[in-house]
Design a protein around this ligand. Structure first.
Ligand code: SF4
Length: 285
């Protein structure tokens, strides 16, 4: 995003979407070619598509480049400590069940230090949407190896190549209990807007993995090139496969990237199970 107003003749909107942004926080900190600006724009479009008034939304993020999104969006937002976005969001969702609680954070924040919180919120089918931007490294702190860094990829802490097996985030979220799971790259603009809108309207724990270029932390050491080069890579290597078991959606950056809507199932949310349990208990008493 730049601070200059640009009008897209094919759109009814004027960009940047100042009505959704905190002007006082601009200019943003993101590097040229970073995918986070696109992810933010798609989120705004998706919320409008889902017809959710800003007052019914709350956004929570942890620490990292993605975590900045909460501070830039002009809605009720909470920039929490590292890895703790999900417990914060859980409290919000329980106290204000009608609120649409969105967690917008990065792969390191959500699946490393925050991993335990994520699996238990998914297990409980807590009513929230988790938008996880996966750029395969810890970008903000200097491009270190993270739990999503692909095997053999270079980072500042794996200069000779990573020898750890990475998480398949979509599979992990599903295995833990998420009832809506999808993955797209930031190149898939329309699909991502549709998916985020659907995920926000899903009852229960919805998880959307957004693959995004990090030309500074991941692209440079792996000689991928600019953010645009990484987008080209997405275009040439993405394969859409809806309704598959996410275990089949292992990311192989040397071969192909499986994207699509994988899971969409009904299951009682935590609160529904709790309230059902209370009424059953009352009948017994
Ligand atoms: S370090 Fe990576 S993720 Fe962070 S702003 Fe720069 S390009 Fe984006």
């Amino acid at each position: 995003m730049t601070t200059e107003m640009v009008h897209d003749p094919d759109s009814v909107h004027t960009y940047p979407r100042w009505e959704w942004l905190r002007k006082g926080r601009m200019p943003h900190i993101w590097c040229p070619g970073c995918g986070l600006g696109s992810a933010t724009s798609y989120f705004i479009e998706a919320v409008e598509k889902a017809e959710i008034p800003p007052k019914k939304l709350a956004i929570v993020s942890g620490i990292g480049c993605t975590g900045r999104i909460a501070g830039y969006l002009n809605i009720d937002s909470f920039h929490t400590t590292h890895g703790r976005a999900i417990p914060f969001a859980t409290g919000l969702s329980l106290a204000r069940p009608k609120l649409r609680v969105i967690v917008f954070s990065g792969d390191g924040d959500l699946f490393a230090i925050g991993g335990n919180h994520l699996i238990h919120a998914a297990r409980r089918n807590m009513h929230m949407t988790v938008l996880c931007v996966n750029n395969f490294n810890y970008g903000m702190t200097g491009g270190q190896l993270g739990p999503t860094t692909p095997l053999h990829a270079r980072s500042t802490t794996s200069p000779y190549g990573n020898y750890e097996h990475p998480f398949n985030l979509s599979h992990m979220a599903y295995a833990a209990g998420a009832t809506y799971v999808a993955r797209w790259t930031v190149l898939h603009a329309n699909q991502l807007i549709e998916t985020i809108a659907e995920a926000i309207n899903h009852l229960g724990f919805s998880f959307v993995e957004i693959l995004a270029p990090c030309p500074t932390g991941y692209g440079r050491p792996n000689k991928i090139g600019t953010g645009l080069d990484e987008m080209r890579f997405y275009r040439e290597n993405s394969v859409i496969r809806h309704n598959i078991d996410p275990v089949e959606a292992e990311i192989d950056l040397h071969n192909r990237i499986v994207v699509g809507k994988f899971i969409d199932i009904d299951k009682p949310t935590y609160l529904k199970a709790l309230w059902g349990g209370v009424s059953r208990a009352q009948k017994v008493i």
